[in-house]
Design a protein around this ligand. Sequence first.
Ligand SMILES: Cc1cc2nc3c(=O)[nH]c(=O)nc-3n(C[C@H](O)[C@H](O)[C@H](O)COP(=O)(O)O)c2cc1C
Length: 351
Amino acid sequence: MKDFWKKQLKKNKKLVFLAPMDWYGDSAYRQAVKRISPHVFCISEFYSADWLVHSKFLADSVLPHEKIEDPLIIQIFWKNPETFAKAAKIIENEKYNIAGIDVNMWCPAKKVVRSWHWSSLLINEETAFEIIRQLSEATKLPISVKTRLSFDWNQNLINFVKWLEEAWASLVTIHWRTAKQAYTWKADFTNIYELKEKIWIPVICNWDILNYTDWMQKVKNLDWIMMWRASFWNPWCFIWEEQINDEEFLKISPIKKQNFINWVYHPSLLEILDAMKFHAEKLVETKWEKKWSLEIRKHLVQYLKNFPWVKDYRKRLVTTDSLENSLAIINEIKKNFENFLEKRPSLWEIE
Ligand SMILES: Cc1cc2nc3c(=O)[nH]c(=O)nc-3n(C[C@H](O)[C@H](O)[C@H](O)COP(=O)(O)O)c2cc1C
């Protein structure tokens, strides 16, 4: 298990990861992505290791998942290594069938950085090392780390990751920005290319990758990629040449070869509406309806963002308060645009 990622690397496969996303990357979102793109590896939203240790309720709510989400990696954060080790024991319980543990050394929020969590571990290397060491001793699951270039430019990324590697981290994701840059700046992966030459474990690059062409330009000597914003409304962003030419893949995913145009998958209106329906239904299945109705709004309107003709429907979807109501709106679009269902809104083919 520990060398799971190295084995994947040996297979020489291009792996893609759905980034962890607090408030978005729940079970329904992951299922919506995996229905279209079963080859994607999903990482959960972050959970506090401390909460997992102290709340059986939390563990039993967030660790069980649907088979379609496998292999699922759980992301955790906290500050003291002992708590991480205890949380690992809970996560690795066979009944949850979790494939790996990812440690969040990424989050730049000021209040958590001040309390020595998350990205502040970049300037607290000894604790970072100890967290990974104790985690690795506590569990047979592979341990990965998601982190940033540095805290504020003054630290040495290569030494930091070498330490993590020595403590038995088996995969690292580097988000191309420092913690101080938080959410600004354009990506430039130069430092990560250099890092890759100095370490053994696979390196995932993250930030600002939108599609296959982008990947080919940015990935260079790095191993794999992770995306979030590109996947928002667009579970097709993970589909590339390899999947389109794989007959086995085409049997398990509803994608259509002819919609892969200029290296980007352009879903038809019908595919988009079906994806919305699936996502809405899964969210109700996994959350209670009141919570669902508040959450689903932000997703459904995004699915239709390349489709200006449905402005009025988008307005109604923003105020939807039941699954029944949302499905009725989706059906209405289907009916009123029945001659355009095979068109691709992203290519402005509907006029
Ligand atoms: C709303 C939101 C929630 C996020 N939640 C997490 C999280 O729980 N854990 C984490 O490591 N990163 C989190 N991230 C960062 C993303 O995983 C990712 O690193 C970032 O969006 C950059 O990738 P992209 O350019 O593909 O969007 C979050 C980002 C946003 C905007």
